[in-house]
Write a protein that binds this ligand. Structure first.
Ligand code: B12
Length: 451
């Protein structure tokens, strides 16, 4: 008996100034929908692109059909948690018989947050557990069940309906995930919880997918949602060679690590019209060690600086992401990071980068979350709202209310000093941008400077 599965991206209720409605592609929902579309009808409802809760609940009521027999809610980030709870409470009022399954990175990091709320909580990749639930119209179990999703092996039989994939009505960007997993273990990221197994489409499949999506949607840009694009050198080189040959009039975006690059690879990325965002995160060896960015922090920073300078020399538009105030950060290590960035661009040299620095916030399921007691003992780290996502209030303020090290006692006001500093850096960097980089950025962001 066919039935309908309703997949929901719940509202972000307290993410003002943090959650951007613009960068909220849903490759995860498209993958889940594609994986069960032979078993049941699938409808998707995006409620995290603006609007208040009342609007979201009335859109939900409109989306509920008589044959809706399962609701899947994507608590993709912890910012989605209270929205997820509000949606579940509403469904329990209007359709108490309806089974509800919750998944996403917050569910993976803190499945207990949905105990007694959802019928199933899926941790990790959701395709296989969701398929097991959609085999038959499920009934509500007596208590909440946690289902562990194994990492999905991409490639082989492809479950996604690429000719009808995605939605390019949002600023012309389509999000595609060509690979899953990441071999690194950065402690502020949830990916290590998924295990180190990675998988990716073959280059031939990846090129077929990109061309199909481009022909179907003619997006302005294609953004790769891969946790670490370019983790596999030969795959990346082959893919870029294929993209160069395809020559689609589209801009590409991906996030990766500078220490994985080579000058030749950076040149290929530029020829393929890429903007790359580099997760550098720190310029301090001490902090690179504490964040577990790489087994050899000194080599990591040396190689990253070399490649970031090569990206400037190549005139490749790129972002450099920094994370200040990770537990253990002191005024000295923060100064090391600023000095490191200062040295990146020699006086009078070319520049094509944009610096994006933010302050640390705790996320459930990450190694940093697990080590908070240790950090408190070692550094006097204090996190004022360790479960900020459950609180009503400005989530960015709550999530970032912390003291990374006792050395900042009495100097708390300096913890946000990086904001003014990065504006100065970006003013110097953008003053050196070539007309090509300016044009690229304006086309990519639809404005003169990156958001
Ligand atoms: C690409 C990416 C981005 C892109 C945006 C991508 C997009 N879709 O719009 C950018 C760079 C813009 C971004 C920004 C942010 N991101 Co981000 N991002 C990612 C990344 C790398 C994507 C992974 C991805 O798409 N994989 C491919 C898809 C197909 O799989 P998936 O997302 O893993 O989903 C699977 C499961 O979660 C599960 N699942 C998901 N939903 C559901 C629902 C049901 C019912 C079921 C059963 C299963 C299920 O099944 C899915 C398929 O297997 C992740 C993960 C990572 N390793 O770092 C972080 C990640 C999701 N981001 C995160 C965060 C916090 C943010 C920011 C808030 C950070 C910030 N700057 O402040 C912003 C907010 C964005 C915004 N809109 O404002 C965190 C969320 C953790 C948390 N607990 O909140 C992650 C996990 C990274 C981390 N630090 O650990 N992000």
């Amino acid at each position: 008996m066919t039935f309908q599965l309703l997949l929901i991206a719940p509202p972000v209720l307290h993410g003002h100034g943090w959650w951007s409605n613009r960068e909220a592609g849903k490759p995860h929902l498209d993958s889940l929908a594609g994986f069960v579309s032979d078993l049941c009808g699938v409808a998707q409802l995006e409620l995290d692109r603006g609007g208040d809760l009342d609007e979201a609940l009335s859109r939900l009521d409109e989306a509920l059909q008589d044959d809706t027999r399962l609701v899947g809610i994507s608590c993709w980030t912890s910012l989605h948690y209270l929205g997820t709870v509000a949606i579940i409470e509403h469904l329990r009022r209007v359709r108490p018989e309806l089974p509800i399954v919750v998944g996403g990175h917050h569910a993976t990091g803190m499945p207990s947050d949905f105990e007694g709320l959802a019928d199933w909580v899926v941790t990790g990749d959701g395709e296989h557990p969701l398929r097991s639930l959609c085999a038959d119209p499920p009934r509500r179990p007596p208590r909440t069940i946690v289902l562990a999703g194994n990492p999905l092996a991409l490639g082989g039989h492809d479950h996604i309906d690429w000719p009808n994939y995605g939605r390019s009505d949002h600023g012309g960007a389509v999000w595609i995930a060509l690979s899953r997993g990441c071999p690194y273990r950065c402690r502020f990221c949830i990916e290590p919880l998924r295990g180190s197994r990675t998988s990716r489409y073959s280059v031939a499949d990846a090129l077929r997918i990109i061309e199909t999506v481009y022909r179907a949607r003619s997006p302005r840009s294609i953004a790769f949602a891969d946790p670490l694009f370019g983790a596999h050198r030969s795959w990346t080189e082959e893919l870029l060679a294929g993209l160069e040959e395809l020559g689609l009039p589209v801009q590409y975006w991906a996030e990766t690590r500078a220490d994985l690059m080579t000058p030749a690879l950076l040149a290929r990325f530029r020829r393929c019209n890429f903007k790359l965002d580099f997760g550098l995160d720190t310029g301090s060896e001490t902090m690179a060690g504490l964040m577990e960015k790489a087994p050899d922090p000194a080599r990591y920073l040396r190689k990253s600086a070399e490649m970031l300078r090569a990206a400037d020399a190549e005139d490749l538009h790129h972002g450099v992401y920094l994370l200040f105030n990770y537990p253990g950060e002191t005024p000295e290590t923060a100064a090391e990071t600023r000095a490191y960035v200062q040295d990146l661009m020699p006086r009078g040299g070319p520049a094509s980068g944009w610096l994006s620095a933010q302050t640390f916030f705790v996320l459930p399921g990450t190694e940093s979350y697990r080590r908070l007691p240790e950090y408190a003992r070692r550094f006097g780290t204090r996190v004022d709202h360790p479960t900020w996502w459950r609180e009503v209030g400005d989530h960015h303020q709550l999530a970032t209310a912390m003291l990374p090290h006792e050395a900042w006692v009495g100097r708390e006001a300096e913890l946000a000093g990086f904001n003014r500093w990065q504006r100065g850096v970006n003013a110097r960097w953008t003053a050196r941008w070539s007309p090509e980089v300016r044009r690229f950025s304006a086309a990519f962001y639809g404005s003169d400077e990156p958001a």
